[in-house]
Design a protein around this ligand. Structure first.
Ligand code: SF4
Length: 212
């Protein structure tokens, strides 16, 4: 261990000499050698602060700077692992597993652990995009307009494709003009509501991509 630390020290001195950084060299006085610090502190295996650099001493996690922590659910799949979302100045700065969760007990898979990148990605779309029939360009829509357009199409398709009876006269009371296909980001509760809505509307084609 001492040999390793001495080697690291020699590399630092050599780098400082090559770059002419004599100020940095002055900090590398023999009294400041890691091995000397280890001996002085009785830290035989170099496991305490004797091996810590001034730079790493001042490092701290992003969670320390957060104004508040909000409990949430991972948006990526139907497992529904719990998350702690750290917020600073109304901006998400870090997301980690919530150890209080009986479902995931603090764990997140790599996808869930990287979900801060989903929130803060520079390529994230934050406006509804609409391309009209035959148009070549996308246009931005406000959410309320987009929701009204979806509702109008839903009602029209349901009405236009409504079937009272089949060819043998048996009662159907269904529409084949509307179908539901959920994604993995939907949780149990959302799927429950979607299934209720589509079934009440007479749709018989209701599916979800997730299989848990
Ligand atoms: S994507 Fe990973 S972390 Fe997120 S809910 Fe699914 S299993 Fe959990």
């Amino acid at each position: 261990m001492f040999h390793l630390l001495d080697d690291m020290y020699r590399i630092k001195v050599w780098k400082s000499l090559c770059s002419g950084n004599f100020k940095a060299m002055s900090k590398l006085s023999p009294l400041n050698w890691p091995v000397v610090r280890q001996v002085k502190r009785g830290d035989l295996f170099g496991r305490d602060k004797s091996t810590q650099s001034a730079k790493s001493e001042n490092l701290h996690g992003r969670t320390v700077e957060a104004d508040k922590v909000v409990q949430s659910v991972c948006p990526y799949c139907a497992v529904g692992c719990s998350q702690r979302v750290y917020v600073k100045d109304d901006r998400v700065v870090h997301i980690e597993g919530d150890s209080d969760s009986p479902i995931s007990r603090g764990r997140l898979c790599p996808k869930g652990a990287a979900s801060e990148q989903l929130v803060n990605s520079a390529t994230r779309l934050t406006k509804v995009k609409y391309r009209a029939p035959h148009a070549t360009e996308w246009q931005d829509l406000d959410l309320e307009t987009a929701m009204d357009m979806i509702a109008d199409r839903f009602i029209a398709s349901r009405r236009n494709q409504w079937e009272d009876f089949d060819e043998k006269g048996r009662v159907l009371n269904r529409t084949m003009g509307v179908a539901g296909l959920g994604g993995a980001t939907l949780d149990n509760e959302e799927n429950y509501i979607i299934k209720k809505l589509f079934t009440a509307a007479g749709a018989v084609q209701v599916e979800n991509q997730a299989r848990i």
